[in-house]
Design a protein around this ligand. Structure first.
Ligand code: NDP
Length: 248
């Protein structure tokens, strides 16, 4: 049975990586999916690919999620085409790693704006519509780094920890309207973002993972689809790590 039949979802950062796998999984579960990413070719190409497999399931709306005005404008255009949104996945994210001693103000601002303020931007635009859904869902893509921190990632860790506080606050505010809000903390997942790490460092990280392997984008997509489904109706305000046991 398709778990998301009849639902409409917005997934940010859906051009590639985890967001792309989430969009594909949602389409396979019967949802209509709106893909957002920065570049038109990225989310447009991704939507085209998914539509080949699941016809007419996807539509792309390029937008910089860090830009408040652009998000309000894009969401207004989406709502004209799709008046009811049931699921919002705030997944778009970037890294600008460096030690605090060398971190520039623009590295801090870019990461906080893209990873954290973006969630404020999308929720501001969609909260009333999500409250009208019989089973509204907000799923924020945090990170294990937001739980434990990391050398060279003070900006990224702060943004991902911030998403957790945002998630728990929204879960409390929106619970009376039956909108759940949860965060996922992926561990070390194979994507373009993590492929930027040198091979020798990757091996060191994998050695420390109890399940001794990198996770796949499909692992995260499966958890996201579960949290978006009616099966997860009684789960809210949680941070669920999907990390091969890294943070147990
Ligand atoms: P990728 O770098 O592979 O993909 C990121 C996606 O986000 C791209 O589609 C990109 O758009 C989009 N994006 C980036 N900035 C913006 C912006 N300003 N506006 C709109 N879209 C934007 O990342 P991953 O798939 O690896 O990561 C996805 C999420 O999961 C991130 O939030 C990341 O922090 C988190 N995560 C990832 C882990 C991993 O190991 N990979 C571990 C823990 C958390 P475009 O295609 O147009 O460039």
């Amino acid at each position: 049975m398709q778990k998301l039949a009849g639902k409409t979802a917005i997934v940010t950062g859906a051009g590639r990586g985890i967001g792309n796998a989430v969009a594909r999984r949602f389409a396979s579960e019967g949802a209509r999916v709106i893909l957002i990413s920065r570049s038109p070719s990225s989310c447009g190409g991704a939507a085209e690919e998914i539509n080949k497999e699941f016809p007419d399931s996807c539509k792309a709306y390029p937008c910089d999620v860090a830009d408040y005005a652009a998000v309000q404008e894009t969401m207004a255009a989406i709502l004209k085409d799709f008046p009811q949104i049931d699921i919002l996945v705030n997944n778009a994210g970037i890294t600008r790693d460096s030690l605090m001693l060398r971190m520039k103000e623009e590295d801090w601002d870019a990461v906080l704006d893209t990873n954290l303020k973006s969630a404020f931007n999308t929720v501001k635009a969609l909260q009333r519509v999500l409250m009208k859904s019989p089973a509204g869902r907000i799923i924020n893509m945090s990170s294990v780094i937001g739980l434990v921190g990391n050398i060279g990632q003070a900006n990224y860790a702060a943004s991902k920890a911030g998403l957790i506080g945002f998630t728990k606050s929204l879960a409390q505010e929106f619970a009376p309207r039956k909108v759940t809000c949860n965060a996922i903390a992926p561990g070390f997942i194979s994507t373009e973002m993590s492929n930027a790490i040198p091979d020798n460092l990757k091996e060191e990280i994998v050695k420390k993972i109890p399940l001794k392997e990198q996770g796949s984008v499909e692992d995260i997509a499966a958890l996201t689809a579960f949290l978006a489904s009616d099966d997860a109706r009684y789960i809210t305000g949680q941070v669920i790590a999907c990390d091969g046991g890294m943070t147990m």
